[in-house]
Design a binder for this molecule. Sequence first.
Ligand code: F6P
Length: 322
Amino acid sequence: MKRIGVLTSGGDAPGMNAALRAVVRTAVHDGLTVFGIYRGYQGLIEGDLAEFGPRSVANVIQRGGTVLRTARSEEFYEAPGRAKAAEVLRAHGIEGLVVIGGDGSFRGAEALHREHGVKVVGIPATIDNDIAGTDVSIGFNTALDVALDAVDRLRDTAASHDRLFLVEVMGRRAGHIALHVGVAGGAEAILVPEVPMPLERVVDLVRDADARGKTSSIIVVAEGAYGGGARVVEQALRERAGYEVRTVILGHTQRGGSPVTRDRVLASRLGFHAVRALLAGDEAVMVGTDRRQITHVPLSSLPGLSKGIDEELLEIAAVLAV
Ligand code: F6P
């Protein structure tokens, strides 16, 4: 293998740039030519790529977002789109592709390999941390710190006004951010899509907290809980029990900011090992970690795996909320 490409795909995550830097520099170190592909699979289909050298990724390790930019390409999810992408790769003599992204991006990479023989390696990067087969994805730890900072600030004002706050964090299908931020922020309740708590029970929890003398409360809600996140919970508290609630939706603020140390180190390790996996002959794997050791997980096995929520941590949170 002489030439490889690298792209970022799906929602951006802090640390993607650190992973890109590691891929480019490892590739050059190992004697490969490396192409940076802009705007994810859509840019690949359109031939939007350039040769990268070590200086192309100077001063990016500390930057959030992705300097390659990213996209969610509808076209690539259809076979003709993937055929166009494969043709662009062939035209540039690119035999291996590193995809920095989440599970949707990996499904696309696996199809590209299956249909066109392109060797692909995935690097797990999403703030949601919902990728099975690896301990943690790039961006998760940074998003936690951003969200936790917001919760801490809200606690100051909640306590000053004796108020009930709902804080909605990202995670359309996964409650990992909510769970960790909720525990670290001392939330009264943590509401996640994986373990739906009946709304009646949420109302009871707030009533009980009042009865125990709590004057202010913070409830952390994952975006995907109840199908509509914090707004659904707000309505229930208001209509069923007359509570006056302040709702804060953190949204995309959680995706921005400089990556924390752990995300940068993880990204550097995974970027390095992604290139080494291609050179070792891996054809379609995700590089990840299992108890911090590097693993190579076949992309084809990922849809069959699931990353469950840590139910013990949910239970601990409930115990500590007395
Ligand atoms: O997958 C990461 C994520 O930030 C989810 O938590 C969120 O639901 C989604 O992306 C938002 O996507 P978009 O940036 O397309 O609005």
